[in-house]
Design a binder for this molecule. Structure first.
Ligand SMILES: Cc1cc2nc3c(=O)[nH]c(=O)nc-3n(C[C@H](O)[C@H](O)[C@H](O)COP(=O)(O)OP(=O)(O)OC[C@H]3O[C@@H](n4cnc5c(N)ncnc54)[C@H](O)[C@@H]3O)c2cc1C
Length: 481
């Protein structure tokens, strides 16, 4: 375990000088929400020594220079909605909360791009684009709570990834502060770019371990006037999944979302939302959304969807109110946790043509271990959110049983060409699992990249994988936790 420098009275004075005394909080005054994120609340609190609210890239750079000189770990934090512990300060040190940098700097509706500071909420970006008759295609289910830099750092997916890609695909250009305090602009507002390594794509998904994102230029798309939603109800998960590939191939329907919800989840969601949302409780469901530019176009797509649903054994397909179905879909994680507080959540991704095989093997494993599960998958891109719960298994036997279950589940996943995380990231929660499963050459390459960006391992240490680092330990600590 590396030993880092501690935050001292001199550090506090220096940080106050950089950002102003009112933007620094330390010791007992740090609010408890900085000691966890949405995925780690139950796993104990890990406080930073100091919380800093910089207001500019220059301030971020000065903080990182200072932290690098004193080997103080720095953890960037966005909305704190992460599900992998990425924003949790494992080693104390500084948490950088960029919430003061929350402005939309510029929107160009003609050239279809937007320049934003790192802490603009995703929903505010979506709404600002809509007001210009445009679409920002990033759409994680947490869009009310998360911010653009957090989305880029996790390479967040969401409900429109099948047509528009994940967050990394929405980014033209990034301003980043390196762990040594240099400000650099990566990428460009270009349709193509083969000018050396693609560092924008590398930062996307790096979980705050390579640089601090301080400004982003994002792509905007045409906004279709009609965005109808449909629910297709099937007798089994397997039959629901059989339609997914056919829909993705269908150039008439050209869906932008295909979300899978199992039949038990339908009931859990209605209980949680205390609202009638679904007309039909008898099966496993797909939520399907497509774009249409005219009523005729919509009718053509709807006719085609009904035809496809008939062929693939759907027992009912009907239009649903987007204002009801999407909030319910977004509430999945919370709804399931209320009913099933004991359990583990997975973010597995498999090739789209292997979803049926994955779900079949998952169901067999669930039967073998006498567990239960709930599922809400981004089925159109092979990303399955699964909550595994004890079912008939006594709580004292659960930890050992679930450990064995997971070993088998990950073997199934990797045998199908899948991976541990489709969009939530590795963070601190999946680090040990990744270490046991990753190709050692791939891990060594990742570690070499980390070392090149951050030779002293000060930026978000202990996330994704471990590094060893030079030891330094100042003893002049004051009033800190
Ligand atoms: C109800 C719910 C639904 C969700 N649905 C989805 C979904 O559909 N798709 C999906 O992908 N995820 C989803 N998530 C997970 C989560 O919302 C995403 O991972 C999101 O991108 C995290 O953004 P955030 O701003 O909250 O980041 P945080 O949780 O604050 O941080 C996430 C990571 O980003 C890093 N980071 C933050 N700011 C910066 C910065 N300025 N520079 C560099 N690194 C930075 C942090 O260090 C951390 O590693 C969901 C979560 C919840 C609670």
């Amino acid at each position: 375990m590396p030993t880092y420098g501690k935050v001292t009275s001199a550090t506090i004075t220096e940080l106050k000088k950089i950002v102003g005394p009112e933007h620094v909080v330390w010791g007992e005054s740090i609010p408890s929400q900085y000691a966890y994120d949405a995925g780690t609340k139950k796993e104990g609190l890990r406080y930073p020594e100091i919380l800093v609210f910089p207001g500019s890239a220059q301030a971020v750079a000065a903080i990182l220079k200072m932290a690098n000189n004193h080997l103080i770990p720095v953890t960037p934090r966005g909305g704190g909605s992460g599900l992998a512990g990425g924003a949790v300060p494992l080693n104390g040190g500084i948490v950088l909360d960029l919430r003061r940098m929350n402005k939309i700097v510029h929107i160009d509706p003609e050239a279809r791009y937007m320049v934003v500071e790192p802490a603009v909420r995703t929903i505010d970006i979506q709404q600002a684009a809509n007001q210009q008759g445009l679409l920002y295609a990033g759409d994680p289910c947490s869009s009310d709570d998360c911010v653009i830099a957090g989305n880029i750092a996790t390479n967040a997916g969401g409900n429109r990834a099948i047509k528009y890609g994940v967050t990394g695909d929405q980014v033209y250009e990034l301003e980043v502060v390196t762990p040594q305090g240099e400000i650099v602009t990566l990428g460009g507002r270009l349709k193509k770019n083969s000018t050396g390594y693609g560092l924008v794509k590398l930062i996307a998904g790096s979980e705050g371990t390579l640089g601090i994102i301080t400004q982003v230029t994002i792509k905007l798309q045409k906004l279709a006037p009609l965005l109808p939603n449909f629910l297709a109800v099937f007798p089994s998960l397997t039959s629901a999944i059989s339609l997914v590939g056919a829909l993705l191939e269908d150039t008439v329907i050209d869906p932008i979302s295909i979300e899978l919800i199992d039949r038990q989840t339908v009931l859990d969601l209605e209980r949680y939302c205390q609202e009638k949302i679904f007309d039909d409780y008898t099966g496993d469901c797909l939520i399907i959304q497509f774009e249409a530019y005219t009523q005729d176009g919509l009718q053509k797509k709807w006719d085609e969807l009904q035809k496809k649903c008939n062929i693939y054994g759907c027992h009912r397909v009907y239009a649903v109110d987007g204002e009801k179905i999407w909030p319910a879909r977004r509430a999945w994680g919370k709804a399931i946790e209320v009913d099933h507080p004991v359990g583990v959540s997975e973010d597995i991704v498999v090739p789209v043509d292997q979803i049926a095989s994955f779900v079949g093997q998952l169901e067999a494993l669930i039967r073998e271990f006498h567990f239960q599960f709930r599922m809400a998958g981004h089925a159109g891109d092979g990303n399955m959110h699964i909550r595994i719960v004890p079912g008939e298994v006594p709580v004292d036997e659960w930890p050992a049983a679930v450990k064995k279950f997971r070993e088998k589940l990950y073997t199934v996943t990797y045998d199908l060409g899948g991976r541990l995380s489709g969009e939530h990231g590795i963070g601190l929660k999946r680090k040990e699992i990744l270490r046991g499963i990753i190709n050692p050459v791939e891990l060594a390459l990742m570690q070499a990249i980390k070392k090149a960006f951050d030779p002293n391992y000060i930026l978000n240490p202990g996330k994704i994988f471990d590094m060893t680092s030079p030891a330094i330990n100042n003893t002049d600590t004051v009033g800190l936790r």
